[in-house]
Design a protein around this ligand. Structure first.
Ligand code: GDP
Ligand code: MG
Length: 442
């Protein structure tokens, strides 16, 4: 994965303070490979990586991240932007039923998606109707009827014995039916072929012209990889559409198709379909897709956490506290410990932070249960003791030890550690240095 490969790049980058041209190039190379592996089309990759490098050169260097992390953060943000930023919502008709038409190759997942979308709309108090306008494939009508039944949504289909029927007539008639029966959304399932062909495009176009859909959705299988772009362009030229639905995201596909389609056609991905169950369906979330394309969810989480840990506001608050009456108390100390726990695995995070390498050994021996013990001890103290730890004498220590089920020596150790931490905080406040993790056991 990209995480693995970047780990090597990181080895060289860790500890350096700013983005050098060589750093940018090395990381860009890895990202280029990752995007290609995720099936992003080559021209899109080139343009994208170029834009990222440009931005990386101009970027201010953040204190919390090392250079490679910083580039990844940029890449992630740019991916989210290109994937559409905000999720694009369905546009409903101002009056009369909203007409949604599905188009795409055979096997893309249109019929399945039609029912999923109907269920999703039903859950939002809509009263959808499904329309079987695929009269090409044997059993296509029946397949939609079965799916419709599963989600409890009526299906409009040509009557049996009506001959082959004409999908354009069926689609047109379905709108009248929807008006009569007060359905507020009509979802039209259409025929697909195995490949793009002129007759198929003409049929889809005829249906489109007959029903004037509010939304034409192009349905595409994420597993077809690079071919998705060619198909997406062909349907755009042949039928036209407003949005894209990506299906079969439960497979191995990393979803680079989403990026390619979006940047080549300019059409937003609106929904994502990810399984055989009718509920395996959701609005498309650009941020989730960006993480999936980069295949480095863990890394992105770490970056976020590292930034939070070094949140300058937090450092400022701690420093301000030292200037106020009472200063840094055991209450603050406890809060800080809890913050550390929230960050998850200390060792992992600290290893990622610039300049933290020297604490590595200490960190590897870090025991998270230690925080539980510290918490128990501090919670056995009175509010007065927490505010002013100087008053914690021998008899108080014995009481606290008993209350928390620890030894007096544990209490002694904690109090010592607290005073050390306070000293560190005071030094920091004077010197304006990095807050670090005062009182860290080790
Ligand atoms: P259509 O030809 O475009 O109507 O495609 P279908 O809806 O008939 O789907 C083709 C096949 O893909 C069927 O076997 C579906 O069960 C399957 N399928 C559809 N959507 C998904 C999905 O999101 N995940 C998986 N794993 N399979 C899907
Ligand atoms: Mg179908």
């Amino acid at each position: 994965t990209l995480s693995d490969r970047l780990a090597d790049t990181f080895k060289n980058l860790r500890g350096k303070g700013r983005l050098s041209e060589a750093d940018i190039d090395a990381t860009a190379r890895e990202i280029r490979i990752a995007l290609l592996e995720a099936d992003v089309a080559l021209p899109v990759v080139k343009e994208f990586v170029g834009a990222v490098k440009e931005r990386a050169r101009g970027e201010e260097v953040s204190g919390a991240l090392n250079p490679a992390q910083q580039i990844i953060k940029i890449v992630h943000e740019e991916l989210v932007t290109i994937l559409g930023g905000e999720t694009r919502r369905l546009r409903y008709a101002k009056s009369g039923p909203t007409v949604i038409m599905l188009a795409g190759l055979q096997g893309a997942g249109k019929t399945t998606l039609a029912a999923k979308l109907a269920l999703w709309l039903k859950d939002q108090d809509k009263t959808p109707m499904l329309v079987a306008a695929d009269l090409q494939r044997p059993n296509a009508v029946q397949q939609l009827q079965v799916n419709g039944e599963r989600v409890g949504v009526p299906v409009f289909a040509p009557e049996p014995g009506n001959g082959t029927g004409n999908p354009v007539d069926v689609a047109r008639a379905s709108i009248e039916e929807a008006k009569r029966k007060l359905h507020d959304v009509v979802i039209i399932d259409t025929a697909g072929r195995l490949g793009v062909d002129a007759e198929l495009m003409q049929q889809a176009k005829d249906i489109r012209d007959a029903v004037q859909p509010d939304e034409v959705l192009f349905v595409v299988d994420a597993m077809i990889g690079q071919d998705a772009v060619v198909t997406a362009q062909a349907f755009l030229d042949g039928v036209g559409y407003d949005g894209v639905v990506l299906t079969k995201l439960d497979g191995d596909a990393r979803g680079g198709a989403a990026l390619s389609i979006r940047s080549i056609t300019g059409k937003p991905v609106m929904f994502a379909s990810s399984g055989e169950k009718m509920t395996d369906f959701d609005l498309f979330h650009p941020d989730r897709m960006a993480s999936r394309i980069l295949d480095m969810g863990d890394m992105l989480t770490l970056i976020e956490q590292a930034e939070k840990a070094f949140d300058s506001d937090q450092a400022l608050k701690a420093a301000e506290k030292l200037g106020t009456k009472g200063g840094f108390t055991l209450e603050d100390f406890l809060q800080q410990m809890q913050q550390i726990r929230k960050l998850g695995s200390m060792t992992k995070i600290m290893g990622m932070l610039p300049g933290m390498g020297q604490f590595r050994d200490q960190l590897e021996n870090f025991d998270e249960r230690e925080i539980d013990r510290i918490q128990a001890i501090i919670q056995s103290m009175t509010p007065a003791e927490r505010e002013n730890p100087k008053i914690i004498d021998g008899s108080r220590r014995a009481r606290i030890a008993k209350g928390s089920g620890r030894q007096v020596s544990d209490v002694n150790q904690l109090v010592d550690r607290f005073f050390e931490a306070r000293k560190m905080m005071e030094q920091m406040a004077r010197g304006g240095g990095m807050p670090g993790m005062p009182g860290m056991p080790g």
